[in-house]
Design a protein around this ligand. Structure first.
Ligand code: SF4
Ligand code: SF4
Length: 408
């Protein structure tokens, strides 16, 4: 963590929750409702757009448009290969590298489980996470509300996710069973380089998203094997199993922004999150604030830049735009349907324009810490920083040709 950060992050007051949930409405999310993996099979408009995805890519690649050549699409497709092949998928549970059982790295059979205080365990787990390549790591308690009620797989199968008094996590014919004693989540945050995100929504830019998923597929697998080698259980996960953003908020890694992303105090929304659930007792981190929500109330840059008009104006609300959204949380709700359709029909990539445009997405230069400090301590200046961000031309798409001109 940069030494500046401690000057502008604040722990949320004791007894306060970092989000507002109406437990009389809120139900655990059914992954079959998710437009990226589940509902798309039952939702004609999305299915139609996704069916044509490869054709869109092929046509674009022949269009001669800068940043959308065969080379750019090749970079996009190949960067995600670790997270999307050999049984692994970003959104799926207990498949490939996200297996709930050991992949064979148990080096010391016959030993008793490692013993140490939660403080010591937390230290070694965090050190290992950074060694495996995570940029930041936090520990959250496992809040069952954020775990999906049902998991869904690409072949159309689905299973209920349940919590049981048992020793190990298992998948049965009808259920994914998580032991009640698995109460800690190791959350790993991975920075996406804003210089590459600046090329989005071109495939060169979104290759950074895919590259980050590949990095995370390795990290969750390595972390799970590490925990199993210590004699504990582990459930590695990318986007499957549950919502990453509230889990990351619980782990003290940021606040939720208008664009629906986690806003990290150093990386803004330019990051991806992965997680490993374990029964190794750990010390949980504390949720933080640094003025992101108040800044989003003033700023609407992601709304204006979103090519699909999927990001709301106004303040946070209980209203959800469609049946594919998740009610019961007071926040900014994206129109996921138009977002998914745009991504499939336009450039057939991950888009990420709402990350590129965000004033919190800046490189690590020290000068960006000045507005971050002001946003945290002097919110009255937020309109000024919004205007300045526009004036200085931050957040515009950069021609991806520049990427290929970098010296090698
Ligand atoms: S990913 Fe693109 S289309 Fe979706 S909300 Fe962000 S900017 Fe809009
Ligand atoms: S662009 Fe502005 S409104 Fe959107 S998430 Fe970033 S700070 Fe918030």
């Amino acid at each position: 963590m940069s030494r500046w950060v401690k000057h502008y992050i604040k722990p949320i007051p004791e007894g306060e929750e970092p989000y507002v949930v109406d437990d009389s409405i809120y139900k655990r999310f059914d992954q079959r409702t998710n437009l990226t993996v589940g509902r798309r099979h039952a939702y004609e408009k999305i299915q139609e757009a996704l069916n044509g995805l490869l054709d869109v890519r092929a046509n674009r690649a022949q269009s001669g448009r800068s940043g959308y050549s065969q080379v750019d699409y090749a970079l996009f497709a190949s960067a995600g290969v670790i997270a999307t092949r050999n049984g692994t998928a970003m959104n799926h549970s207990n498949r490939g590298l996200t297996s709930w059982t050991s992949l064979g790295a148990k080096l010391l059979p016959g030993l008793e489980p490692w013993e140490g205080s939660p403080e010591k365990a937390t230290r070694i787990v965090k050190r290992a996470a950074l060694f495996f390549g995570a940029d930041r790591v936090g520990i959250a308690p496992l809040d069952h509300r954020w775990i999906f009620s049902h998991a869904f797989w690409e072949d159309g199968s689905h299973k209920e996710i349940v919590f049981r008094e048992q020793d190990a996590p298992i998948e049965t014919e009808g259920e994914l069973q998580i032991p009640e004693k698995m109460r800690w989540v190791i959350v790993m945050a991975n920075w996406m380089n804003p210089e590459v995100i600046a090329y989005t929504p071109s495939p060169t830019g979104t290759a950074e998203t895919h590259r980050t998923y590949s990095r995370m597929a390795y990290q969750v697998t390595a972390m799970a094997e590490f925990l199993r080698s210590l004699g504990y259980h582990a459930i590695p996960s990318l986007n499957g199993l549950g919502f990453n953003i509230p889990i990351a908020i619980d782990a003290g890694l940021g606040e939720q922004g208008r664009n629906g992303k986690l806003i990290h105090p150093e990386f803004g929304p330019s990051l991806r999150i992965c997680k490993v659930i374990t029964d190794l007792p750990l010390v949980q981190d504390h949720p933080i604030r640094f003025g992101a929500k108040e800044f989003c109330e003033e700023c609407d840059k992601c709304t204006r830049h979103c090519p699909a008009r999927s990001i709301p104006t106004g303040g946070p609300t209980w209203e959800v735009p469609g049946a594919y959204n998740h009610p019961g949380v007071f926040k900014w709700h994206l129109d996921n349907e138009s977002c998914v359709r745009y991504r499939a029909k336009s450039f057939a990539t991950n888009c990420a324009v709402c990350i590129r445009a965000c004033p919190f997405t800046k490189g690590p230069h020290w000068v960006h810490n000045i507005p971050r400090m002001a946003i945290s301590h002097l919110p009255a200046l937020n309109p000024l920083w919004c205007k300045l961000d526009y004036r200085l031309g931050y957040g515009k798409q950069v021609d991806a040709q520049r990427f290929w001109r970098e010296s090698v």
